[in-house]
Design a protein around this ligand. Structure first.
Ligand SMILES: *[C@@H]1O[C@H](CO)[C@@H](O)[C@H](O)[C@H]1NC(C)=O
Length: 366
């Protein structure tokens, strides 16, 4: 999922620079973005005031306004009218009542355009992370992938980035990328994933065009540019396999400590938490270790757990509750059928958008 997110994001920026028509699933309109033509055979489909997307011209897509309802406040997508379950009992509401900022999910046109999915998002979740593209409205807490590693730069349209060998050029490219995107969504996106998946499993820095040309100073460049573009958004470093205290956790913690003491504006650490069944025992200790740095917040950013056992979900929920700096949890999708790991049924709602035992267990625990 990460690679697709990056690809969409990088394409959005670099595509604009190259003045190309917009490819399928790319953004074609929105407040602060402007109107851009789609490739031949694609139609610009309205999603919300801030985001329209190029889709195949089948005529089957309905172009409604915000999926399913009317948003009434500026703090959360959960405060909408209607819905099949009372919002006071939602996962998000109950998690917030325990002192957290949100329980969110990820979504995109392909999922949010399903009315059942949109309804569950509004009923149960309080934050939205774009799964495959850059979007969403002013009311959401949103994590957004921003800086990629080399395989992602091999996606069509961004080959030229991976071939940059000059420090100054690459610095400018990163600064332009960060500045353009964060400025475009200033005040509308609460949290950005500025640097994603920069570590190998042994805690060393992954080889990429960024690290190969700039060492770890690409981290400084990206965070500083993002901070300059929006002084209020929380800026995150994010990675996977941070599920127990391991070499990767230690490598990340060391880098964050080093960069923080050098004044790099890293606000938070995200732990993706794509977990196997029974793999949750070390999660609390790892989250505590991440929170032991001088970041102001940590978060669980892409939670899914193979077969979604209740005790595994409770372990992650409780871990975040026990770590004061943990601001919230994002489930990586709503329904199992739309999960990137669909065959392992890792989410809280089944293929018919009905809550699963883990969902009920979470609600009962909160
Ligand atoms: C979802 O759960 C409901 C209620 O338990 C059940 O009736 C339905 O068949 C399930 N759907 C799928 C696709 O598993």
């Amino acid at each position: 999922m990460k690679s697709v997110a990056f690809a969409g994001l990088l394409t959005a920026l670099f595509g604009a620079q190259a003045v190309l028509a917009t490819a399928e699933w790319g953004q074609c309109d929105g407040i602060g973005y402007g109107s851009h033509p789609c490739d031949a055979g694609l139609t610009c489909v309205y999603v919300n005031d801030y985001y329209s997307q190029c889709q195949k011209s089948t005529g089957a897509t309905t172009t409604t306004s915000r999926p399913g309802g009317t948003t009434t406040t500026t703090t959360s997508v959960t405060t909408t009218t209607g819905g099949s379950s009372p919002n006071t009992n939602s996962l998000n509401t109950k998690y917030k009542a325990k002192g957290k900022q949100y329980w969110g999910t990820c979504g995109d046109q392909g999922t949010l355009s399903q009315s059942q999915c949109a309804q569950v998002v509004k009923d149960d979740f309080g934050a939205l992370t774009p799964e495959n593209s850059l979007k969403w409205d002013a009311t959401c807490v949103v994590f957004l992938y921003m800086v990629s590693y080399v395989p992602l730069l091999m996606q069509p349209g961004v080959h030229w980035v991976s071939s940059i060998g000059d420090k100054n050029t690459l610095t400018t490219v990163i600064q332009n990328h960060a500045t353009t995107l964060v400025t475009r969504y200033k005040g509308k996106i609460a949290k950005w994933d500025v640097v994603n998946e920069m570590f190998n499993e042994d805690g060393s820095v992954r080889s990429s065009v960024f690290s190969n040309v700039l060492g770890t100073t690409f981290v400084d460049i990206a965070f500083n540019a993002a901070r300059a573009a929006d002084g209020s958004a929380k800026l995150y470093i994010n990675d996977y396999n941070l599920d127990s205290v391991n070499s990767k956790v230690n490598g990340l913690v060391n880098l964050v400590n080093q960069k923080k003491s050098a004044g790099v504006p890293i606000d938070g650490i995200g732990s993706q938490a794509h977990l196997s069944a029974g793999q949750t025992g070390g999660f609390l200790a790892a989250l505590q270790k991440l929170a032991s740095t001088s970041v102001t917040e940590v978060a669980v950013t892409e939670l899914d757990i193979v077969n979604a056992a209740s005790n595994d979900y409770l372990a992650i929920s409780n871990a975040c509750l026990q770590v004061p700096k943990c601001v919230g949890i994002t489930s990586w999708g709503v329904s199992d059928k739309d999960s990137w790991r669909a065959s392992s049924n890792p989410l809280l709602f089944n293929g018919s958008f009905q809550p699963k035992p883990a969902y009920t267990a979470l609600i009962n625990s909160l």
